[in-house]
Design a protein around this ligand. Structure first.
Ligand SMILES: *Cc1c(COP(=O)(O)O)cnc(C)c1O
Length: 364
């Protein structure tokens, strides 16, 4: 049996909650979406939450609601899932990619500053807390002030992560999360936008509901990006379990690191002091990445490459101005990264099997 790279943990609580929604007959816009929005926003210490159908629609709704002008740009990392950058395009803006810091694989403040100096059209920085590690928030707050740009967060991998005691998703003008089944908590498909700004909350809420407060009265142009009550029922149970899930991820990561340290040529994830990493992924780096992935697969251990192609090298962006950049660290990382299983459903025996197999590979 394969040890999977990801696995959602759903129990009798989730089953009971789903059955209750079915019995209520209120599958879509019932009371649970509101409850989940309040619970998740409170968990992140942010005022407003607007629950939506995915992390992608959360990004689209947030970025659209900033009302950017034609030609405006948003600075972001090339080392992320494609939804981050496509949402910028969908809002009518252009992405600008700057290089990453090889230590944490997040956007590098120095590279971001160089881009801000070059390009006055950049109106916002969209941070991605990659794999659950918060970005260098102090550095980006300084940049945001110095260059008068907004800070935004794609926190799709960082539910519960903290920087200096403050939760990911609470640093920007607005932030987004995904509740896809591989994430630190799930609602099946689902997402949320968080903000402390009342006017922004109102714009996002209109956008995700056909621009309508009163049925068939459409104030603005919008779409249906709403979360269902079925999804919210799952979310209300999962958020109770999120602290335990994250503790398990952190303990699994610590166990892997304790036993894998010292292998020549292997670099392990590191956590800067002051940050709490929630290990959405446990991602190692090595030159013989593909050989190790094949070896582990043979041993029944699932791995994944996050990410094999940095965004500026993606086929869909070929020929665009924003793809015409050399981002050495992102390109190098793409060749060397490998994610090992770290999810909370792993047993001790799974972890020791992973460690043994990796060590065996080194003995060849
Ligand atoms: C998962 C993810 C998304 C997209 O979320 P979906 O719910 O799959 O639409 C966006 N950004 C990042 C960084 C992600 O990891």
């Amino acid at each position: 049996m394969m040890i999977p790279i990801a696995k959602p943990l759903l129990g009798p609580e989730e089953k009971k909650a789903l059955l209750a929604v079915i019995d209520s007959g209120m599958l879509a816009s019932g009371p649970l979406v509101k409850q989940f929005e309040a619970a998740f926003a409170a968990y992140c210490n942010v005022k407003y939450g607007i629950a939506v159908s995915s992390g992608t629609t959360a990004l689209q709704a947030l970025l659209h609601s900033l009302e950017l002008a034609e030609g405006d740009k948003i600075l972001t990392t090339p080392f992320t899932f494609i939804a981050t950058a496509n949402s910028i395009l969908s809002a009518g803006a252009r992405p600008v990619f700057a290089d990453i810091d090889p230590a944490g694989l997040n956007l590098a403040p120095a590279a971001a500053e160089a881009a801000l100096q070059r390009d006055e059209k950049i109106k916002a920085i969209l941070l991605v807390h990659i794999f659950g590690l918060p970005c260098d928030i102090d550095a980006f707050r300084t940049l945001a002030e110095k260059y008068d740009v907004l800070l935004l967060e794609d926190a799709a991998q960082a539910h519960g992560a903290q920087y200096k005691g403050q939760k990911a998703g609470s640093f920007g003008k607005g932030s987004t999360f995904s509740f896809y089944p591989t994430k630190n908590m799930t609602t099946g498909e689902g997402g949320i936008v968080l903000t402390d700004d009342e006017a922004l909350e109102e714009k996002v809420r209109l956008y995700i509901n056909h621009g309508s407060r009163q049925r068939y009265h459409h104030e603005t142009i919008g779409f249906n990006y709403r979360m269902t009550d079925l999804a919210a029922a799952l979310g209300l149970e999962q958020i109770k379990k999120l602290p335990l899930f994250n503790e398990k991820r952190q303990a699994n990561a610590a166990f892997l690191s304790r036993h894998l340290q010292g292998l020549p040529g292997l670099s392990l994830p590191s956590v800067p002091t002051g940050s709490e990493h929630v290990f959405h992924q446990y991602t190692i780096r090595l030159k013989k990445r593909d050989a190790l992935a094949a070896y582990l697969r043979e041993k029944g251990i699932g791995t994944a490459i996050h990410y094999p192609i940095p965004l500026h090298k993606q086929a869909c962006y070929k020929g665009t101005d924003f793809a015409a950049v050399n981002l050495r660290e992102a390109e190098k990382a793409a060749e060397e990264v490998l994610s090992l299983p770290v999810h909370p459903a792993l047993k001790k025996a799974d972890l020791t099997a992973i460690i043994s197999a990796v060590k065996e590979f080194w003995e060849f």
